[in-house]
Design a protein around this ligand. Structure first.
Ligand SMILES: Nc1ncnc2c1ncn2[C@@H]1O[C@H](COP(=O)(O)OP(=O)(O)OP(=O)(O)O)[C@@H](O)[C@H]1O
Ligand SMILES: [Mg+2]
Length: 272
């Protein structure tokens, strides 16, 4: 992103904590994504207008297949929209050259996957160091930074352990350290607690909350866990290709939780 002055600022912000903690960071306009399935076309995203302020933590909820992962992939520039645009710090991702996009993915965005995607035969520190090595940093320096990050996520004593030997919760902590090792401004987490038991999910969510605050991140979490979602600044519900305020979804969940189990009454069409 070095060729455009304003884009350089966006990337520098990523390395300079505490700067520009207000104002819009991310915006989408009429974002649409279609996939072809045989003769049918499906549009999981059918006109998404989203604006995210710096420092916000937003949860995106919605049924399986609603398009949550698809949306996060477009925001991370891991995929391109069929139409519409994503703006990061005022710049359309569409206007960036391939090298600038690579820099955006590597430097501006930290991505946490539901299934961590660690390299099981590499150590925790080597996994965390990977984005730094991709950037061309020397191995020793990268491993040193990785160890600092592992300490920050509570795994100082696991740096030399093979990732495949760690528990699910520990692996997700390593994945979070890997996502943040380049000091991104934007954290995108796709069901980061989806594969974990309740206790590990709570611990991982608390870690994300803490890092979100201490590193002045702007964060979007896709999640099925409504009790965790309601602890974010704002909940958005994705359904039928559109994003809407998630208040209704949360109220419905609260009403179901309050209903005595003995009634056994379930509205038609209720999931689960
Ligand atoms: N590469 C692809 N090719 C074809 N269809 C796809 C592709 N990626 C996603 N889809 C379809 O788009 C829709 C949205 O998928 P997506 O994975 O974004 O949903 P999701 O909300 O993340 O679901 P989950 O909660 O199960 O993770 C689904 O119908 C899915 O089958
Ligand atoms: Mg998904």
């Amino acid at each position: 992103m070095r060729s455009h002055a304003s884009e350089s600022v966006a990337v520098e912000d990523a390395n300079f904590e505490g700067v520009s903690t207000s104002g819009e960071l991310l915006r989408t306009e009429g974002l649409r994504k279609t996939f072809r399935s045989g003769s049918q076309e499906i549009a999981p995203l059918d006109g998404i207008d989203l604006s995210l302020e710096r420092g916000e933590m937003v949860a995106i909820v919605g049924p399986s297949g609603a398009g949550k992962s698809t949306l996060l992939h477009l925001l991370a520039a891991l995929d391109t929209p069929t139409s519409g645009a994503v703006y990061f710090a005022g710049n359309s991702l569409r206007s960036l050259a391939e090298g600038e996009l690579a820099e955006y993915r590597n430097r501006a965005v930290g991505f946490v996957w539901q299934r961590h995607h660690l390299l099981p035969d590499f150590t925790a520190a080597e996994n965390v160091a990977m984005p730094l090595l991709v950037r061309g940093q020397a191995l020793g320096q990268a491993l040193h930074a990785a160890e600092d990050w592992l300490a920050e996520v509570g795994l100082a004593n696991r740096a030399g352990q093979r990732a495949g030997e760690l528990s699910g919760g520990e692996q997700q902590r390593v994945a979070i350290a890997r996502a943040l090792v380049n000091h991104p401004v934007l954290l995108l987490a796709d069901e980061p607690t989806g594969d974990l038991d309740e206790r590990s999910a709570e611990a991982v969510f608390e870690l994300i909350e803490r890092l979100h605050r201490s590193h002045h991140l702007t964060s979007i979490l896709a999640t099925h866990n409504l009790s965790l979602a309601r602890r974010t600044d704002r909940v958005l519900a994705l359904e039928h290709g559109k994003l809407a305020p998630g208040a209704e979804v949360l109220a419905g969940a609260a009403a179901r939780a309050a209903r005595p189990a003995s009634t056994g009454v379930r509205p038609p069409g209720e999931r689960g």
